[in-house]
Unconditional design. Sequence first.
Lengths: 322, 393, 289
Amino acid sequence: MIAMPLHKSVAIAAIAFALAAASTLTLNDYFVYVVTIGAIFATLAVAFDVLLGFTGYLSLAHGALYGLGAYACALLTSRYGLSFWVALPLCGALTGAAGALIALLAFRTRGLYFAVLTLGIGLIGHQLFLVLPNLTGGVGGFVGIPGPEQPGWLAVRATTYYALLALTLLLVTFICALLFVRSRLGAECLAVREDLTLAQALGIRVSSARLAAFTFSAVFAGLAGALFASISSFIAPESFTVLGTGFQLVALVVVGGMGTLWGPILGAALLTALPEGLRVAATLSLLAYGVLLLIFIIFAPQGIASLISRTARRIGGGGREP
Amino acid sequence: MKTFVTTLSLCLATGLFGAGPSIAQAQEIAIGDLHPITGPATFYGLPESRGIHLAAEQINAAGGVKVGATTYKIRIVTEDDQASPTVGVAALRKLMAADVRYIIGPLASGVAPALKPIIERSDKVTQLIDGSIADDLTNGKNIFRNQATVSGYNIAVVELFKARKFGSVAVMTDRFHAGFMGSQSKLMADLKGLGANVLGEEYYKLNDTDFSAALTNLKGKNPAVLLIRGYPAEGALITKQARQLGFTGQVVWEMVSPPSTVLKNIAASEMEGVFNCIPPTTEDYVKLGDAKAKALDAAYRAKFGEGPGELTGLSFDAVHILKAAFEKAGSIENAAVNKAMGELKLADVPALTTKYTAQPDGRLFDDKGQVDLRGVVSVWKGQGWEPMTNLSQ
Amino acid sequence: MLELLPQQLVNGLALGSTYALVALGLTLIFGVLLIPNFAHGEFYMLGAFITYALVAAGLNFWLAMLVSVVCIMAMGGLVDRLVFRPIETAPALSLMISALAASIILQQVATMIWGTEPRTIPAPLTGVIRTPFFAVTQLQLVVMASVAAAFGAVWLVLNRSRLGLAIRATAQNRDAAMLMGISMPQVRFATFAMGAALGAIAGALLGATFPIYPSMGVNPVLKAFVVLVLGGIGSLWGAIFGGLVLGVAEVLVAGYIASELQDIGAFAILVLVLLVRPQGLFGRAQVER
């Protein structure tokens, strides 16, 4: 993997952010919306990758965590009248706590059992959104969530403002994830992924490392959910299903590149924004998801990111490791 | 790299496929057709979209829309919402960005409330809902609906209970259906008011296959009527399983259920005598010998090689309602058209294939932008539904 | 409510036997090859659709089911060849993801061929047997009987044939089995063919009871994973026992608590079992690669 100095990575991310942000000033409302949704999914994908790519655990509960963040934000802002800016960190804290709880339970199991257990939790979560109509609005959805307040000095369209928020959240998530995976905990996570037994033998705090990774990804999934709820003004349980959101995340991260942080962003761009831009038929876009997922897992399990960095290295001169 | 690539690919997408038709050609009115053309709800959505295209084609061939001194042709811009809220919002944004100011749709009760806040905030778009039946979707300002509400469906159930004096009822409701869930308590209160004992309310969800536990409980209470509210595949299965468990009372459906779909899931003999309470479909009007419905049916078959869907008539009517509103307003500006929609009389739209009940003052829409479209009772005879003229026999 | 208990138990056993029928094929493939085959739901779905198409074309139901089973066996081998063999040595995570991909692809292909409108195979048997305490349909009895028959057939193959010996050897220790000269492609093909056949039988029989549509396999396969975890991965007995337990539990939750909670009940049981016994109710500690 390319290990670029931290400040350089952050600088590149900041430049990319600035370019994306500038583009939202000129694009029409529709494309701005596509950028917004793409950025929210990229945020989710980066958060998810911290768990899947860096510890090797496949969680199918993240669709429900994303939903938890969304419903928490809806409740806090519309029923308790909190400002979005107060609600946002609360939502992150709440999903983080829920994530930590799930992690404590789920890490008692491994491999398929872990996937099936988190699948069960994801399904229960989605069902709860449906059967608690007093809190969630049930199948009819949660109507009338106030949008994030726009500061008066920021004279842009509301849609652009939402896109800027989503891009900012993506940038913050990316930088936090970068710091996390480069920390001691991140290195320990990698050790867990490579060889659990060996990691234990080496005296690595396996449980705290993977607990931290799961909690981290839960916090940012919740933040993404909260932002999604606030800018959509309406949410319904079907946005948070295991089979929709949960599997989609797996596809984004695998196609983009597990274990790299910018890979999932690429994956999100490719698999959410592009089909939207092209308006592909539902059947075809799902088929493309499946085929891409299969091709990548068989021929390029490290995703587009590894293809790009391999090509870049070849062009940059015979396998030089920057 | 990183986000940059995201932006790049997005810009690429914009460059290649974006831009789009920014302004309609002169003398054209663009009408957006927002329905699930692909995805799981296709077999309801596609016949709606086709109904819109058919109506526009016929109107254009007959000379178009006369607004003041100008004659406009209608141009239909079709967008696919895949019956998903997120895709639907993106599709709406795309229509609005292409300056499409009139939108017919959506079908799904999950999509409509997601669009509502965006449309309400905009003064450059008017929506006419032709599919979703959930309550509280219209505002009478720029959101109207020419489809019934679930409460409209329920009128037929109440009429049926009134005529037949059923003593008790048990209900199975699709809890994934926002419309049916939202109107359940009101309907139960109405039935109780008629002296019917509500013995049990059970819930299932779309794609469930086993209803035995709930049905065993309901059957144990021996109700006179089993009322099923949802979609036909589950409706057929519940009807079958109820009979297998020994339920012998009357089965009543409240669901849009094309006979072709019903017969793919249950034998005609097992359906004999089942009641259905929904507004009449194009097929029903044809059976009743209605000339306009027959003409629509024939034109649809000629163009698409198969019969119209359950909701085709509503979508077809929606285009004619917008045409009447343009002509009445003498303008294609949203503010004027919205006002004209509110004032439109039922008699102003002679082309309607659906039989609406006029408001007391003769208008088509009430103050909330909702038409009065009432369910009627049909009974299954032989291979399909027959509208019932006399409920009490 | 208690006088309904016999009927509810029969309902639960009938439901549970459908779960067991789907879970048998899944547990076979997992037990021998350690592949979490999410695409098993699509074997089930395609088995139902092929039977439907043949019955619609005028074939007798049982004959149509037989043809469909043979087709799906071939497809099982093909799916293994294209989806799992290329990554034979990859970690379990990759196998899981490629299984997900295969499942999505097969569903979408079916959507293109048949559309999404649900339909049901005309049932070969429509009779209902009524006793003073409960009613059960002939088709439900057939499903229960086929669970027993399928279990018997698989047991015979595994325990009374050379191929079965090779399969069991592979399940115990793949490397040792290969060293002993067991042909891995043969074992793989046989295992996939048997697993797929079980899926197709389930699809044909249940497709005569439930509506069929492209994503019909998703819920049963999720339930089958619950069954696997309850009964212990790779155990045929466990699949049947787990299926029946899950079916009865679901019906009792729906019948005596609330019908909305039927699904939550199933997955809550799963979560509870895994919390108490992370290796499943009857499972040994999971074999790690």
